[in-house]
Design a protein around this ligand. Structure first.
Ligand SMILES: Nc1ncnc2c1ncn2[C@@H]1O[C@H](COP(=O)(O)OP(=O)(O)OP(=O)(O)O)[C@@H](O)[C@H]1O
Ligand SMILES: [Mg+2]
Length: 222
């Protein structure tokens, strides 16, 4: 399997039976390593459902998902959590930073979960913060940072384990358009450095930042 991400005939059905909703209906999609893809579509089209499956946070009812050649159906929940930690960096609309921790400490958290000792956590955290232009804000807590700066901390945190895939669900949704563009610039920089980026957005202008676009409608790719 050459593709980094390969979905084959994926379906996700909620409320099986009478009022069932086909949130995803026979989705097949391949994403090669290094691609910057936007997944777009109206509210309710299935974007978040697809993101949860791509991020190994949920499993499909039908079809298969291969990530870096491995069949995600065959993994234990323990292995899936390791895969999430090593292979995927998550960025969300609400930045999900810990309010009592500084930027440097927030960025280090995935290393704490990976069992990396404290003395080996600081340098990579500072490097990730420099990459997103926050060298001057490492000791600030989230409430001492602007929204765009908080999102940059969240991106640095997503990058700390150097995952091949960055999965961003409406990363500019809580930001004004100028600040949103700065975040999209960072995603484009990361793409130029070889990261695979999947950007989920309902906003066609945000989707323009990506190399390719996948449009969902009623759970199908159109
Ligand atoms: N847990 C659930 N139980 C039942 N139906 C659900 C559930 N989650 C999502 N759905 C339905 O599945 C469909 C797809 O939802 P999804 O959240 O993936 O859409 P979305 O494209 O992310 O929308 P939005 O842009 O509003 O975030 C919708 O019709 C939704 O009502
Ligand atoms: Mg959604």
């Amino acid at each position: 399997m050459a593709e980094l991400i390969c979905l084959q005939h994926i379906s996700k059905i909620y409320n099986k039976g009478k009022n069932e909703v086909r949130a995803l209906d026979d989705i097949s999609l391949s994403i090669p390593a290094g691609r910057f893809v936007a997944i777009t579509g109206a509210s309710g089209s299935g974007k978040s459902t697809l993101m949860h499956i791509l991020g190994c946070l949920d499993t499909p009812d039908h079809g298969s998902y291969f990530l870096a050649g491995a069949d995600m159906r065959k993994q234990s929940s323990y292995t899936l959590s390791r895969i999430r930690r090593q292979k995927i960096g998550f960025v969300f609309q609400r930045f999900h930073l810990i309010p009592t921790l500084t930027a440097r400490e927030n960025v280090q958290l995935p290393l704490v979960y990976a069992g990396i000792p404290a003395r080996r956590r600081t340098a990579p955290a500072e490097q990730a913060l420099r990459l997103v232009g926050l060298d001057q804000r490492m000791d600030h807590r989230p409430n001492q940072l602007s929204g765009g700066q908080q999102q940059r901390v969240a991106i640095a945190r997503a990058l700390i384990n150097d995952p091949p895939v960055l999965l961003a669900d409406e990363p500019t949704g809580n930001l004004d358009s100028n600040t949103g563009e700065q975040i999209l610039d960072i995603l484009q920089q990361l793409h130029r450095r070889g990261k695979t980026i999947i950007l989920i957005t309902h906003d066609p202008r945000v989707a323009d930042a990506a190399e390719t676009r996948v449009l969902l409608q009623d759970g199908k790719i159109v």
